[in-house]
Design a protein around this ligand. Structure first.
Ligand code: ADP
Ligand code: ASP
Ligand code: MG
Length: 467
């Protein structure tokens, strides 16, 4: 459906009854012109609260669970009271209570087990999005607009990698088409939960933190949408995180590749996997501010016209660790060790954020997210158990006191002198550079620096590159 507009609202854009009303204004305004499907996040901080509850359950902390449940209930019941007409309130309150009871039932199971099975966590935390979808659809109905909340577990089919699932696009196209297209044809607005899905045999999954952007792009691709608008709390994609660099500027246009590189290197404004489903059909994406909807925002497109030179944006990641490995002698093949280690990481789904190697010492190091570090170390230790026992490989070294800085821009291809300027800017701040990687696409220069110098380095590079 190529005139379809998919609109995604992030947590702050649906963070209160007032914000939900604004989101509904934006949905209604566009729905008057063309078919619209909305994808919504949980209210801000709710996913954190749900996860905290599951941790209390695992620790058998009854008081902690009750505290969280009451916060969850209060926040949504209070919003409901502002969003629906008095005569509908009782019914909507019952629906809120049912969802909270669903969540509470899963949490009780975890408490009994003293364990949080990943599959149960996924089913539990999707309740945040189900609650916000319920409230938004009810508010639209109270305005006389036909809207229905849809649980994405009915439309987004994924693999069974719980907590970080990937979509199966053919199956999703089929299910989403069957469920959503008739609604669209009838002029009905689907308010679909972001973040979650289910396996083909119906087991609930989630797409990773911040995954509602990804949900929206999966659905845009599955439904053949004409455009995707991602509503957030900043004016669009900026030359740096405005929380870190106050004079960061908005980028009017940016390519899929640039946006994806930025997201992978830590720019939270987009989930890293958002762009992939859109590439094939070249569906344009807008990143827009729901707190200032009159502003144009950033347009993300397949390619830019000529004349875009140099770096476009700088981003950073603080919660990372550098893992190094080195063969004990030159008779051991470093390439072989590297291949085994990388294969082991792939099998446990650890993402490598940057990789650097030295040909003479045959050593290599790579950067992973802190939350994946334990899994990474265990996998490598298991894969290289013999080499480690016999001393063919020096022990695995882990440095947590690091951060990643990345400079991104299509126009950096072949731009001479840029890398030098970046390093000079960083060293002027007396920040130690630990490792460097430039992707073969020449789109990104990644620099691993000491953690305590990361923010300073980001600001210095932002200034140096005239961003
Ligand atoms: P949402 O809840 O709408 O998905 P997020 O909190 O996930 O919003 O992402 C928006 C945040 O991303 C912004 O508030 C901003 O601090 C951060 N951010 C990081 N890097 C950038 C960047 N380059 N441009 C814009 N925002 C960025
Ligand atoms: N609510 C989920 C999270 O906080 C997904 C999202 O907001 O994108 O991670
Ligand atoms: Mg987000």
């Amino acid at each position: 459906m190529n005139n379809l507009l998919v609109m995604k609202f992030g947590g702050t854009s649906v963070g209160s009854a007032a914000r939900m009303k604004v989101a509904c204004d934006l949905i209604a305004a566009e729905a008057a012109k063309r078919p619209v499907t909305a994808v919504v996040s949980a209210m801000s901080k709710i996913t954190d609260l749900l996860l905290e509850t599951t941790r209390h359950a695992e620790a058998d902390d009854k008081a902690g669970i009750d505290r969280c449940l009451s916060q969850l209930e209060t926040r949504h019941l209070e919003a409901a009271a502002e969003l629906v007409a008095p005569e509908e309130l009782r019914r909507v309150q019952d629906s809120v209570n049912e969802l909270v009871a669903d969540f509470s039932r899963i949490v009780s199971g975890m408490q009994m087990l003293g364990y949080r099975p990943p599959r149960a966590v996924d089913e539990a935390i999707a309740v945040g999005e189900r609650l916000s979808a319920l409230l938004i659809s009810e508010h639209l109905r109270s305005r006389g607009i036909t809207a229905t909340a849809v649980n994405a577990s009915e439309v987004v089919v994924t693999d069974a990698v719980f907590n970080n699932a990937s979509p199966l696009m053919d199956a999703t196209r089929e299910k989403a088409g069957a469920r959503l297209l008739p609604m669209l044809e009838a002029g009905e607005i689907a308010i679909v939960t972001g973040f979650n899905g289910a396996t083909a045999d119906g087991r609930p999954t989630t797409l990773g933190r911040g995954g509602s952007d990804f949900s929206a792009s999966i659905l845009s691709a599955a439904l053949g949408a004409g455009e995707l608008w991602i509503w957030t709390d900043v004016d669009g994609i900026m030359t740096a995180d405005p929380r870190l660099v106050p004079d960061a500027k908005i980028l009017e246009e940016i390519t899929y590749s640039e946006a994806a590189e930025l997201a992978y290197a830590g720019a939270k404004v987009l989930h890293p996997r958002t762009l992939a489903p859109l590439v094939e059909r070249g569906i344009p994406v807008w990143s827009k501010n729901s707190f200032a909807p009159q502003k144009a925002g950033t347009r993300i497109v397949p390619a830019l016209g000529a004349g875009n030179s140099g770096a476009r944006a700088v981003t950073s990641m603080a919660n990372v660790a550098l893992v190094s490995l080195e063969p004990a002698s030159s008779t051991v093949s470093g390439v072989h060790i590297m291949a085994r280690a990388l294969d082991a990481l792939d099998r446990v789904n650890v993402e490598i954020l940057a990789l650097s190697s030295s040909s003479y010492r045959q050593s290599f190091c790579f950067l992973v997210r802190n939350e994946e570090l334990e899994r990474a170390s265990e996998a490598i230790e298991a894969a290289l158990a013999l080499e480690l026992t016999h001393g063919y490989v020096n022990g695995i070294e882990v440095d947590r006191n690091v951060g990643l800085l990345a400079v991104v821009g299509e126009g950096m291809r072949g731009a001479s002198g840029l890398a030098g300027r970046i390093f000079t800017a960083i060293s002027r701040e007396n920040v130690n550079v630990i490792a460097i990687a430039q992707g073969s696409s020449e789109l990104t220069i990644s620099v691993v620096v000491r953690r305590d110098g990361l923010e300073k380095a980001v600001r210095a590079v932002h200034t140096e590159c005239h961003l």
